[in-house]
Each structure stands twice: as C-alpha cells, then as structure tokens.
Design a protein around this ligand. Structure first.
Ligand SMILES: C[S@@+](CC[C@H](N)C(=O)[O-])C[C@H]1O[C@@H](n2cnc3c(N)ncnc32)[C@H](O)[C@@H]1O
Length: 316
C-alpha cells in the first residue's frame, strides 16, 4: 500500500438533514437548486452517525445547503449526535429567523460547540432584499440568544456572520463588528465564495489545496457531494446508502481529488480550478509542500483580504 493509499479519516462530516430553506439569499446556490427539496430520513441519519462512531471525528455539522431549523427533528438529531459522538465538536449554522426563544431554550445544554448565525447585514431594507426576510424578527431572536445569562448555555462560542457582498460599505462592516462585540459574540466577515463559478465573486481562485478535501458532505438523499460547494452533488464521491462514511472518504474518486490538490494540481482539477474557496488543507504532505502552500495562503490573505473588515473596491 502506498503512502497516498493509506486509510484516512475525514476531519469533518457535514450532514444535510434538510435542504429546505426559508431564506432566498441571492449569493446562495440554494436559491437555484434543482435537487428535490427534502428532509433526511431517520434511518439514513442514524446510519451516518453510526458510521461516524467507527473513527475519531473532530467535527460534525448537521447542515449543508438548507436551513437546519427547517428540519422538524433537528433537536432530536442534535441529541443523538451528542449521545453517540460525545467527543466530536458540534457546529451549527442558522440564518436565525426561526431561532425563536422556544428553540433557543431547546438548544440549551445540548453541548453545541460553535453556533453561527448568518445575519449578513444590519440594514432592514438590505436584509429583506438579500434574504427575503424581516430583520426585526431576527434581531429579537438574537437579543434573546445573546443575553449574558444565556449565551454560554447555548454554545461555547457564538459567531455572527456576514457575507461581505460588494455593496456593503466599510462603515456598515465596522458597525457590524461593534454590534457583535456589544453582545459578547464573535463577528465573522467573509467575502463571497463563487461556488465553483456559479455565484459572482471577484476573489480569485487559489492553487493551494482546499480544506474541503478533508471533509465528507452528505446530501439529504444520501449522495456524497465533492464538498459543500458542489450543491447538486454533480461531482459525487459516492452514496452513503451503499457505503460507509469511511469507505466513501477513501473511494478512488475522493483519493483522486486529494492527491491532485495535495500535489499542487488544483489548477488542472475540475471543478476546483474554478472555485475560490480559500481556506487551505495543509496536512498529509511533505514539509516542503506544507511550507510552500502556507506561504501561498498567507500571500492570498494579505493581497485579497478575503475575511474581516475591508474597504469595498472595484475588484470586489
Ligand atoms: C449555505 S448556509 C446554510 C446554513 C444556514 N441556512 C445559514 O444561513 O447559516 C451556510 C453559510 O453559507 C453562507 N453562504 C451562502 N452563500 C455564500 C457565498 N456565496 N459566499 C459566502 N458565504 C455564503 C451563508 O450566509 C451561511 O453563513
């Protein structure tokens, strides 16, 4: 068995418990998704969690393309994850609009490690035009969530996220940071991803390996997508109804992507050569490559400032 053929474990498993969403963010591919809208069956969800107990898993995300709170069984599913994977970090994203006080109370004590609320803007008009929803309701939920007596009971770390579209001013980004700090939560601002060319974004495509090669992204129908940018599962690694999580992660197709990207061949690998996801994967490679890719990543951060507060300019 060669070095590249050794069995590897994914560091993260993402499970699309539902691909339904109540928002219509223009920059999110969920808007134009062709796949059937569905909630994952209990059998499939439980099978995935059982598969995950067979190897050391660092992180689990029970959502993908959709709003996890649209899944009526979300709380039970979080409880199952906690019971069966007590040492795995549990991360949840939500747009927060249906994160009502009742739902927040239900999340208390579930052992969520990271909770992200995708707020995107504090401007009510822009909120409505970006997400198709009312800001007022979300802000009320956020007030309840971030109350000093409650926030630490809901999750170890709460982050409020903004997708930095070109029309968001420098001032608005700074106000967003102040808003988060005042509520004792972490602000996180990131430029738009282009979903392998499907969504407009001026951030360039890097050549260093993408962090998504070390995760498994399971769609609500059981197909395993290449990554969370493969919203239709067009570049599938396999099907979790037929194989285990570990088998799919070590399938020929998955290995082909990992070997190509770790070998510095992202620019020749479809669809990664059209995708601007800029978080790197730096492990499982010789030291000189780790240094090379780390240097390229740092240069990318300095040149393009893909995350954090940034003045809008003509290139973005
Ligand atoms: C696809 S959503 C799914 C979870 C949940 N519905 C939410 O809004 O957080 C996950 C995250 O991706 C972000 N997102 C969607 N499209 C994006 C894009 N083109 N670039 C950057 N982030 C994006 C969302 O704003 C959200 O923070």
């Amino acid at each position: 068995m060669t070095r590249t053929q050794q069995i590897e474990h994914p560091r993260l498993v993402a499970i699309e418990t539902t691909n339904r969403c109540n928002a219509s963010c223009w920059f999110c591919p969920n808007n134009a998704m062709q796949r059937e809208k569905q909630t994952m069956s209990d059998d499939l969800f439980e099978k995935i969690i059982d598969d995950c107990t067979k190897f050391p898993l660092d992180k689990i995300e029970p959502f993908l393309n959709g709003e996890p709170l649209m899944d009526p069984k979300l709380i039970e599913r979080l409880q199952l994850i906690r019971r069966k994977l007590p040492n795995t970090k549990l991360c949840l994203y939500t747009n927060g609009t249906i994160l009502t006080p009742k739902k927040i109370d239900a999340l208390v004590g579930l052992g969520i490690d990271r909770l992200y609320v995708s707020l995107n803007t504090l401007d009510p008009e822009r909120y409505e035009s970006v997400m198709g929803l009312k800001l007022e309701r979300t802000l009320k939920n956020l007030d309840y969530l971030t109350h000093p007596t409650r926030r630490a009971l809901v999750a170890k770390l709460i982050t409020i996220r903004m997708t930095r579209t070109p029309d968001i001013s420098h001032q608005e980004q700074k106000e967003f940071v102040r808003f988060c700090r005042k509520r004792g939560v972490r602000p996180f601002i990131v430029g738009p991803f282009n979903y392998k060319g499907d969504i407009p974004s001026a951030l360039p495509v890097p050549n260093f390996p993408c962090e998504h090669i070390t995760r498994v992204d399971i769609l609500s129908n059981g197909r395993v997508a290449l990554c969370c940018m493969d919203q239709e599962g067009q570049y599938s690694w396999g099907d979790i109804r037929q194989n285990s999580v570990l088998e799919v992660y070590n399938s020929e197709e998955a290995l082909r992507y990992r070997n190509a990207l770790r070998g510095g061949r992202r620019r020749y690998t479809e669809p990664c050569n059209a995708c601007n996801l800029f978080w790197p994967s730096l492990d499982h490679m010789p030291l000189f490559k780790t240094i090379k890719f780390t240097t390229e990543y740092l240069a990318y951060l300095i040149k393009h400032r893909p995350q954090g507060v940034r003045r809008p300019d003509r290139s973005q």
